[in-house]
Design a protein. Structure first.
Length: 317
């Protein structure tokens, strides 16, 4: 994989945002089934963890060959552990490495990882440089507008570009802003005028056409929360599907999650997705109370086909 990956990939670049607890291999494959042209990013994974306990965390980074191009997202603050992590990602066959400089979780910020790096531009640039010079994989950074405003967004990103970043993705909210406040994409359009590397926007995209409308001069966008229960958001034709038409893909999701994580963990983790899949349909509350108790794949199939049948009957009345 060469450093020009982000420059050469067809534009606009459209992808699934990295989301801990959601963008695992099974969900990434599901989104790629809807649109094989999207890119996906893994859940964030600790560079220190990969350095000290490679075996356990490698498991978290597993991906299926059909997911390519898939990008590994790493967080940390230590050059040495980042370099080990990069080697692991190279060995595993990832198409690129993304450095997380946006995570606002208390634990991550307290350890001076994630968005805390926005307050340490020297260290942030050093980490990018360490990866850029020690791996042949392209390096990207995903960060936010800033800590409480976008004042240093342009100098910060230009610094990362000089340090060797090949792409930057900005979640158009500050660290202080929760995930549900409107994203401010105008800062990204201005930033793009100052960069030579591709810039992706992220934050508040509600549909495929909404993402396209927000693009302006940017090279692409990532969608996060709006994919929950709705991988079909990546369908450029924005077809409206019935629950029955969605059935096969939802079952595939359950099968891939169970295949990847085992029956016990896979079944437990599919429940939150099932609740998202039925969100907004008539009688959702009653269905949710059943879906939170599904125990295995047969149970999932049975519950979902019951829901589909009931919805079809309602349509025919
Ligand atoms: C549950 C959840 C987990 C997330 N985990 C990560 C992560 O691991 N790495 C990351 O860079 N961003 C993470 N994010 C942020 C998303 O990638 C994205 O920037 C954010 O949700 C804004 O996009 P949206 O408005 O389309 O959801 C997470 C967001 C959510 C809601």
């Amino acid at each position: 994989m060469n450093k020009n990956f982000w420059k050469n990939i067809p534009k606009p670049i459209i992808g699934l945002a990295p989301m801990d607890g959601y963008s695992d291999s099974a969900f990434r494959r599901i989104c790629k089934t809807v649109n094989p042209n999207i890119i996906t990013v893994t859940e964030f994974t600790s560079a220190d963890g990969l350095h000290h306990n490679r075996k356990i965390l490698k498991q978290k980074l597993q991906f299926h060959p059909s997911e390519q191009p898939v990008i590994a997202q790493i967080f940390g603050k230590n050059e040495e552990t980042f370099i080990t992590a990069a080697k692991v990602c190279e060995e595993m066959g990832f198409s690129g490495i993304d450095i997380n400089m946006g995570c606002p979780s208390k634990k991550v910020v307290k350890s001076e990882h994630g968005v805390a790096l926005r307050k340490k531009p020297d260290l942030a640039a050093k980490l990018v440089e360490a990866l850029a010079t020690n791996t042949h994989l392209p390096i990207s950074v995903k960060t936010r507008l800033g800590w409480s405003n976008a004042d240093n967004l342009i100098p910060f990103c230009k610094r990362l570009e000089s340090a060797g970043a090949n792409m930057i993705c900005i979640h158009a909210r500050t660290y202080k802003e929760p995930y549900n406040v409107p994203a401010q994409w105008e800062h990204l359009y201005e930033l793009k005028e100052h960069l030579n590397i591709p810039l992706l926007g992220n934050g508040g995209v509600t549909s495929y056409s909404d993402g396209i409308n927000k693009l302006n001069n940017l090279d692409g966008f990532l969608i996060g929360q709006a994919t929950f229960g709705n991988p079909w958001i990546f369908d450029p034709l924005e077809r409206k599907l019935s629950m029955t038409e969605k059935y096969d893909l939802i079952i595939k999701h359950a099968e891939w999650l169970i295949e990847h994580k085992g029956e016990q963990v896979g079944t437990r983790e599919i429940r939150k997705h099932l609740l998202a899949y039925v969100k907004g349909i008539p009688g959702a509350r009653q269905y949710r109370s059943k879906l939170v108790y599904v125990n295995d794949l047969n149970d999932i199939k049975h519950s979902l086909s019951t829901i589909c049948n009931e919805l079809e009957c309602q349509l025919q009345v």
